[in-house]
Design a protein around this ligand. Structure first.
Ligand code: HEM
Length: 345
């Protein structure tokens, strides 16, 4: 595993983010078929996955770890409300801290270590140069509350859901790179409430079935799913709170710049039952790729074009693609045509 230098890659301003060939190869291309429709696409998070793949470990870390940690610090400094823990979620936050430390140390021993003797613990994050002795469950023994402390060292967004009355509630989390939703807005909402804006899926029964499935997740039985959308520039923080910074980017896309500026944004979502609090951890690891990089794989290029050409109008609208999808389609069609010409020649 190679980790980028801390401030090497920016997800704002000059957008210096770039994927290596390795990152492109392991990118989670989300389309198993030529058409995309909403479904209950949940599967067991069977571990270990293929070596080097994004599902090799419980929590994936990649070459963007340090850059994403720096981006998270930047967002939290401007808006501390991106981290929220309701008082009844304190035990879940500790549960979660132990879960992350255990898995990071086990799966990336060159980068992290975690020793525990009763409640006395020592955590080392070699990538960030941190060493912390603390007492498990004692807030005063850490420099920050537990979710805030470990969230700032974790790649990917975090929601911690309380389960009660056969429903899930968004009662804690750290969300600094959302695809156009807000933790502060959704805080305290139930599963169907926070999914309220999603078109078509409610009528299809997707959320009824998904909720039943999630409430039955047991300790030791994690599951996962992929979700996707598109973003202009490699911008991690596309939240409603910062809409003024990115909303107008959607008007800048042309058939000439679409390959460079439009990015496919894929979320590896993992759901894990926390052992002591029984809270459900919902992890969102976001992977970004420019269409140019994505289309270095001709199979992905052909499939993406087919998916986008047959995407229902409601999904185009909900995902915010309406303004620039025609430019993306034109850019993809030109590339497809040149592949066909080269093959014939
Ligand atoms: C979208 C959270 C699980 C399906 C969303 C949104 C949020 C969210 C905040 C954005 C809604 C908005 O527009 O404001 C969560 C959390 C989950 C969870 C915290 C864990 C309990 C699931 C599951 C499914 C699902 C298991 C399976 C079907 C969807 C779909 C969308 C969505 C289809 C629309 C995404 C798009 O088209 O870009 N989710 N979700 N979610 N969620 Fe979930």
């Amino acid at each position: 595993m190679q980790f980028s230098p801390r401030d090497d890659q920016a997800f704002h301003g000059l957008f210096t983010f770039k994927n290596s060939d390795h990152a492109i190869q392991r990118f989670p291309f989300p389309f198993p078929e030529d058409e995309y429709r909403y479904s209950v696409n949940i599967e067991p998070h069977t571990l270990p996955g293929k070596p080097g793949s994004i599902t090799e470990h419980m929590l994936d870390i990649d070459e963007h770890y340090l850059s994403e940690i720096a981006e998270r610090e930047r967002v939290l400094a401007k808006d501390p409300r991106r981290c929220l823990v309701m008082p009844h979620m304190q035990p879940a936050a500790w549960d979660f801290l132990e879960f992350v430390m255990t898995h990071y140390a086990r799966d990336y021993p060159e980068a992290f270590s975690f020793e525990r003797d009763g409640d006395d613990c020592v955590w080392r994050n070699h990538l960030l140069g941190l060493e912390q002795a603390f007492c498990m469950g004692d807030d005063a023994s850490l420099p920050l509350p537990p979710l805030d402390y470990i969230g700032r060292q974790m790649q990917g967004d975090i929601a911690l859901l309380d389960q009660r009355d056969g429903d899930l509630f968004m009662d804690a989390g750290m969300i600094t790179c959302p695809a156009d939703w807000s933790l502060a807005f959704d805080a305290g909402m139930s599963f169907k409430q926070w999914h309220g804006p999603v078109p078509l899926a409610h009528e299809m029964g997707v959320f009824d079935r998904a909720l039943k499935y999630l409430c039955a997740i047991q300790v030791g039985g994690p599951v996962r799913r992929l979700n996707w959308t598109m973003t202009i520039h490699p911008r991690m923080d596309s939240s409603p709170e910062t809409y003024a910074e990115w909303g107008s980017d959607r008007t800048t896309i042309t058939p000439e710049n679409a390959g460079r500026d439009v990015h496919l944004r894929v979320e590896l979502q993992t759901l894990v039952r926390m052992p002591l609090s029984h809270a459900l951890f919902f992890g969102i690891r976001t992977y970004l790729i420019s269409l140019e990089d994505l289309c270095t794989n001709p199979v992905w290029q052909t499939r993406l074009l087919k998916v986008l050409k047959t995407l229902p109008a409601e999904l185009i609208d909900y995902k915010g693609l309406t303004r620039y999808l025609p430019s993306v389609l034109e850019w993809l069609e030109v590339r497809e045509a040149s592949v066909a010409t080269n093959t014939e020649a």
